[in-house]
Design a protein around this ligand. Sequence first.
Ligand code: 8X3
Length: 248
Amino acid sequence: MMKTAFITGVTAGIGQATAQKLIDDGWRVIGTGRRKDRLDALADKWGDKLLPIVSDMRDIDDLGRVVRQLPEEWQGIDLLVNNAGLAPPMDDFQDADLDKQLNAMRTNMDGLIAITRHLLPTLIERKGAIINLASVAGSYPYRGGAVYGATKAFLTQFSLSLRSDLSGSGVRVTSIEPGMVETEFTLVRNEGDQKASDKLYEDMNPMTADDIAGAIHWVASLPPHLNINRLELMPTSQSFAGFTVHRD
Ligand code: 8X3
């Protein structure tokens, strides 16, 4: 029987690449996004393999409606890919615009918890899987990433703890933790400054959305007795720095 994935943030980047990989492999996808024009373009491309839903992860009440109003033939879900997320600008927190920081928290955490809670009954019934897009920023601190990194650390811990709650249910949960991937992510983080985004990825051969989609597809295709708890990925060119020491 054809499997169904629910992917948040399907209109770009890792979400879109993941939908493409799953559809190529015979899945069908319920995809959410804020941008209707992009969803329409994907619906033209993927036909009845996509159920496009205009929805904003920050609108918690609307997420309940989205799940309640799924057409009957789309109500059984085998895989939830919690992909939608964003990073606020990389200002030191003491200088940061609070609303932009809270906006990232609502998108990355509140909306994700809500959609997960709403979809768990069907995921449990079908012994499905949840794949959460966390980040290396949840494990390794860096300047300007205080709130963003904290939301991603939350996601990893949420994933691990959710496994405990779901013990015996057959539902698998995975935290995927990528480093630098060239997508619209950095454009959003830099508030649309394409030059700043290009500069970040200049001459360093970043990972692509397709690389991460491949990992997600692999996790989703494993046999039911196998759970990948955490999967951390970086481009070869990205590694670690030491501590920062301030001297007077
Ligand atoms: C963002 C990962 O390495 O670009 O999630 O900060 S990194």
